[in-house]
Design a protein around this ligand. Structure first.
Ligand SMILES: [Zn+2]
Length: 390
């Protein structure tokens, strides 16, 4: 009898337990499947709005949905990006933090969420938090190239050139891209900081490193010229400035005024004119050289000679700025009587005023001053002088 009771209890207890569990979970399971049925149409509707570039409607739908599972991670990442693009960084951060906090998230998606959260902080200007996240990605060996690129951006913003050089070297290895021109300009930034502070002990070495990496680094030659000019070593400065002709002629206009002073300091003005004439003969299509020579002729020999010089050269190489300079000298040679010509010159002045003097050859960013870093496309050494072509 005892054995029969034991057998019955052995069977009945688990059955009762399972029945009780089923009764209590039935409602939850049914609700769960109902919610899944309702969930997906909303996600697809939201996604559709994203694809159709109707972010307001997409956000309206997504905001109501907080559930994250493996099927909806992509949507949450897209939503976070949408918020960041709209400048609603706090919302983007909440979404990305929510994703990272999920223990079940796989490595790939976690890395993606780290990257996006880092970009949120970058946009907010909280550089230390962004740096930490990108550094974590490097440590995790996930999305390293993208993480390095953002770290490079951060160190550039902080003018931390040593760290920037370190990252650029790692990027060269990871992405096989060539960063030698950029690293050369980082060395120039370091040299420039020393030059501004009057601490010149490392400048020579920094310039040497820049030129070793990029023999065409114009900025390194200009910096070397500046350093030697400051030390009144004019012969050495002339050699450095003259290097620009071979490196990138379009920057020659930048160094001509300093070069002329160097020759003046050595009492060799005639040699400067000879050198300038040589440049004009070798590079007939560069207006900045003609402009400079015309200024010297006008100053030394008078406006009539400057007019003859420009007339001769502009016949084969017409440029708007050249014609404008010619009009200026004609007006001056005529003693300021040409009121009609003055009126025309004013119109040409207006056209030239709105033209950029410098332009990035990669993104078209326009500027009135020379920058070595393009704020438009974040490239180094891509902004060129247009003065020679105007
Ligand atoms: Zn650019």
């Amino acid at each position: 009898m005892n054995q029969t009771w034991h057998l019955l209890l052995f069977i009945l207890i688990p059955v009762a337990f399972i029945a009780g569990w089923w009764t209590s979970r039935k409602k939850y399971i049914s609700d769960y499947f109902k919610s899944r049925r309702n969930l997906y149409p909303d996600y697809f509707r939201g996604l559709n709005y994203v694809l159709n570039e109707q972010p307001d409607k997409a956000i309206e739908i997504f905001v109501k949905m907080i559930e994250v599972d493996s099927e909806t991670i992509e949507t949450h990442l897209a939503l976070g990006n949408l918020f960041r693009r709209r400048g609603e960084i706090d919302r983007a951060i909440r979404i990305h933090q929510n994703l990272i906090a999920r223990p079940s998230l796989n490595h790939e998606y976690k890395a993606q969420a780290y990257l996006e959260l880092g970009k949120d902080y970058l946009k907010l200007g909280i550089l230390d938090r962004a740096e930490k996240l990108f550094q974590d990605l490097v440590d995790m060996e996930m999305l390293s190239v993208l993480a390095y690129e953002h770290l490079l951006d951060i160190y550039q913003q902080q003018s931390d050139w040593e760290k920037a050089i370190n990252i650029a070297i790692r990027l060269e290895t990871s992405s096989s891209a060539d960063y030698s021109r950029t690293i050369a300009l980082y060395y120039c930034e370091m040299a420039n900081e020393e030059l501004q502070l009057g601490e010149e002990k490392n400048i020579k070495e920094l310039i040497k490193r820049a030129l070793r990496l990029d023999p065409k680094c114009v900025r390194a030659s200009i910096m070397e010229g500046e350093m030697l000019f400051n030390k009144q070593k004019y012969k050495g400065a002339i050699t450095a400035y003259k290097r620009v002709e071979e490196q990138a002629l379009q920057y020659m206009g930048e160094v001509l005024p300093r070069l002329e002073i160097c020759y003046q300091k050595l009492d060799k003005e005639a040699d400067f004119k000879k050198y300038l004439q040589q440049l004009i003969d070798n590079h007939t299509n560069n207006y900045s050289l003609l402009k400079y020579m015309a200024i010297i002729i006008a100053r030394e020999d008078g406006y009539d000679d400057a007019v003859t010089f420009l007339q001769h050269h502009l016949k084969s190489n017409t440029s708007m700025a050249g014609v404008n300079q010619l009009m200026e000298y004609v007006i001056a040679a005529d003693g300021g009587d040409s009121s009609r010509l003055k009126m025309i010159k004013q119109l040409v002045d207006r056209i030239l005023d709105v033209r950029p003097e410098y332009q990035c050859h990669k993104c078209g960013y326009e500027a009135k001053q020379l920058h070595w870093y393009c704020p438009g496309c974040k490239n180094w050494g891509s902004i060129r002088s247009l003065t020679g072509e105007l």
